[in-house]
Design a binder for this molecule. Structure first.
Ligand SMILES: Nc1ncnc2c1ncn2[C@@H]1O[C@H](COP(=O)(O)OP(=O)(O)O)[C@@H](O)[C@H]1O
Ligand SMILES: [Mg+2]
Length: 360
């Protein structure tokens, strides 16, 4: 922290630590002297690693941004760019708004204040909101329908059973057995549509315990799969329902197990994100849990719809796994997202780390 000016108050520190704008301070020779946590997150490295790096190691683009910044240092004229495509650390492509200000002080030489706000992220937040409300509507509809089917269905089954007792010919009983068998099949489907019933039982739990439980079930007797884990052991406990989280994550992992080939790879990774927005809420800490596989990827024709109920790409699929998983994660104020291309599919579960009152 040696480079941070000594007039830095605790309040300023708090502000810089918590704003969503990435703030960086450079010396006039364009080497970095400070990056706030939002900048660390965007650049994917700690300030410790970043300090001393050159502007173009951190930020590069087709346009000569570095030259424009150097020019601003000369003229002391600030400037801004809107929706600029840049590359961070020479690898991560993002679209940002940014502003460059030249700081003049009697005590230090000129400094460059670089503020950057990712636009992709903003789009993502908007999209999340749309996803959540769309899914809520469809699921309410389906759950309503499932409820309506449930009662007549047991009446139907009961009546078929009574009828069966009255029948004497085996040939005729064959028909009632079909009715009962099909009613049972429908019942199962309806139960899956309704999902786990009863009030969730929220307790303090460790996400890695949940994961290990899932892993034990999902990879039992699956010898041809290379499974690896990359857990961040510093993740604090969350408040959640054990069984519901197991169910949600198991649905995702089971899908990965379905698609990987002989000797395919599945990796589960956990990380903590700071100041992350899910829907309309921004949480101080959020767990990001990635389930990655190297299977064929989600087919293009259903990519936008996989979280909706009854959407399946598999002949024997029900298309309920992901929609149930999304609903269960949503009950934890979280969200599931998917990025997929052939050979690399990542389902990311975002779970806010909140206290007992749901504040995060
Ligand atoms: N890891 C994955 N790789 C490729 N496709 C996937 C993956 N996970 C889910 N999908 C696609 O999403 C569809 C919906 O999944 P899901 O809701 O669990 O229903 P189901 O497994 O019954 O088909 C799957 O049928 C499959 O086409
Ligand atoms: Mg499934």
């Amino acid at each position: 922290m040696a480079a941070v000016p000594n007039t830095f108050t605790e309040m300023h520190q708090r502000i810089l630590d918590n704003i969503n704008t990435a703030v960086m301070l450079f010396k006039a020779d364009l080497t970095l002297i400070y990056a706030n946590p939002a900048a660390e997150m965007l650049l994917g490295a700690s300030m410790h690693r970043l300090v001393g790096l050159n502007f173009d190691d951190l930020i590069s683009a087709k346009e000569p941004i570095k030259e424009q910044v150097a020019n601003a240092v000369e003229t002391t004229h600030p400037f801004s760019r809107h929706e600029q495509a840049i590359s961070l650390m020479r690898e991560k492509e993002v679209t940002v708004d940014f502003t460059v200000n030249i700081l003049l002080s009697a005590f230090t030489e000129k400094e460059i204040l670089f503020e950057m706000f990712p636009i992709d992220r903003l789009r993502r937040i908007l999209r999340d909101d749309a996803i959540l409300s769309q899914q809520d509507t469809t699921q309410d509809l389906l759950r309503g329908l499932a409820h309506e089917i449930k009662n007549p269905l047991s009446g139907l089954r009961g009546a078929a059973q009574l009828l069966e007792r009255e029948l004497h010919s085996e040939d005729q009983k064959e028909y009632t057995r079909v009715i009962i068998g099909e009613a049972d099949r429908l019942q199962k489907l309806v139960n899956r549509l309704l999902g786990p019933s009863g009030m969730p039982n929220f307790v303090e739990l460790n996400i890695h315990e949940v994961l290990e439980y899932v892993v034990n079930i999902a990879f039992k007797n699956k010898d041809g799969i290379n499974f690896s884990r990359d857990y961040d052991p510093s993740i604090p406990n969350i408040i959640g329902d054990h069984d519901l989280l197991i169910q949600a994550i198991l649905n995702i992992v089971n899908n990965a197990v379905e698609v990987v080939e002989e000797n395919g790879n599945i990796n589960i990774k956990t990380r903590v994100l700071r100041n992350f927005t899910i829907g309309e809420n921004t949480y101080r800490l959020v767990i990001k849990l990635d389930v990655m596989d190297d299977g064929h990827g989600v087919s293009e024709d259903i990519k936008d719809k996989i979280f909706f109920p009854m959407i399946t790409g598999r002949a024997e699929g029900t298309g309920l796994g992901l929609s149930i998983a999304q609903r269960l994660v949503h009950q934890h104020s979280g969200l599931i997202e998917c990025e997929s291309e052939p050979g690399k599919t990542i389902f990311s579960v975002f779970l806010p780390i909140t206290n007992e009152n749901g504040e995060g």
